[in-house]
Ligand binder design. Structure first.
Ligand SMILES: Nc1ncnc2c1ncn2[C@@H]1O[C@H](COP(=O)(O)OP(=O)(O)O)[C@@H](O)[C@H]1O
Ligand SMILES: [Mg+2]
Length: 290
């Protein structure tokens, strides 16, 4: 049965061509349709240049989107008079290049920018800045006066994420959030996102060329190939199509890579495995304990 509440975000036959009408036109996205329900954790995955960031930019209103293509909470965001400020308050976006969204020179001021612009009082703003920085592992007393340009790439990414978290939007979109983070930073961010989703019922949209972290974070994947949707389904269903994913140049999670190797011996070996433990259990089933 169809859910009666409108999806929080919906793309309907969305298409986008950069430099349209010029000899250098690039059709980045063609006929992409999918719905995101409240509280869902959706991974938009696909090789580089498959169109992930173009989709993110459509949510951010950075593209001239055509009417009838992108809907937020049941309303067409390209309709004349649509309240874009409301959209910005409700959909927090961490772009692929976080440096592009850092506005202030000093960490505390940068994270405070959004809440201040949204009209929050100074004490409320301070509370949110403190909470967001602490959550991201950048303790407020230590980092609030640091210069953003003196931080590492991974720390700057966390400042950008803190700035978006401080807005407390019901929807959070992250474009390749794990790129450039070391394994510890990735694990920390992954745990944080899982916790936020559980505590605040966030709707999460995460773009990635790698399924390694996305498969632990998301419950559904929309797989892009050359600007169109190739596969859309629950994470395990998508992982069952591991051979097709490999053809699409998507980086597979380690347990899935292991499972594909095992298929040479056991053609029916399942590939919908999320963890090393699950892979281990399948191996034990077939060849017994080591
Ligand atoms: N500003 C732009 N101008 C022209 N072409 C672009 C621009 N941004 C992206 N593209 C093209 O659009 C396609 C999709 O890119 P993008 O959405 O960035 O994919 P992804 O995020 O999956 O790497 C690519 O062919 C890319 O070269
Ligand atoms: Mg991108």
């Amino acid at each position: 049965m169809e859910d009666a509440t409108p999806p929080i975000l919906e793309l309907r036959n969305f298409g986008y061509t950069y430099l349209e009408g010029t000899p250098r036109a690039v059709e980045a996205i063609r006929d992409v349709s999918f719905k995101v329900r409240r509280g869902e954790r959706v991974g938009i995955v696909g090789a580089t240049q498959s169109g992930k960031s173009t989709i993110v930019d459509s949510f951010a209103h950075l593209l001239r989107v055509k009417p009838g293509q992108v809907f937020y909470d049941g309303r067409d965001i390209a309709e004349p008079g649509y309240d874009r400020a409301k959209l910005r308050r409700e959909v927090g976006i961490v772009f692929q290049r976080p440096d592009s969204q850092i506005i202030e020179d000093v960490v505390g001021a940068d994270v405070a920018f959004g809440p201040t612009a949204a009209g929050l009082s100074a004490p409320e703003t301070r509370e949110r800045v403190e909470e967001s920085l602490d959550t991201l592992g950048l303790p407020y007393p230590e980092y609030r006066l640091r210069y953003v340009h003196a931080l590492s790439g991974g720390q700057r990414r966390r400042v950008a994420i803190a700035g978006v978290l401080a807005m407390r939007t019901p929807v959070l979109v992250l474009d390749e959030p794990m790129a450039g983070l070391d394994p510890r930073g990735r694990r920390g961010l992954l745990e944080l996102l899982v916790r936020l989703q559980n505590e605040r019922g966030l709707t999460l949209i995460v773009c990635s060329a790698s399924l390694t972290d996305a498969s632990l974070l998301c419950d559904r994947f929309v797989v892009l190939d050359g600007g169109t949707v190739a596969i859309d389904g629950p994470v395990r269903d998508v992982l069952r199509e591991a051979d097709r994913l490999a053809e699409l140049d998507v980086t597979l999670p380690e347990p899935v890579i292991g499972a594909r190797e095992m298929r040479k011996l056991f053609p029916d070996f399942p590939t919908d495995l999320l963890t090393e433990e699950e892979l281990e259990a399948e191996l034990v089933k077939r060849i017994g304990a080591a």
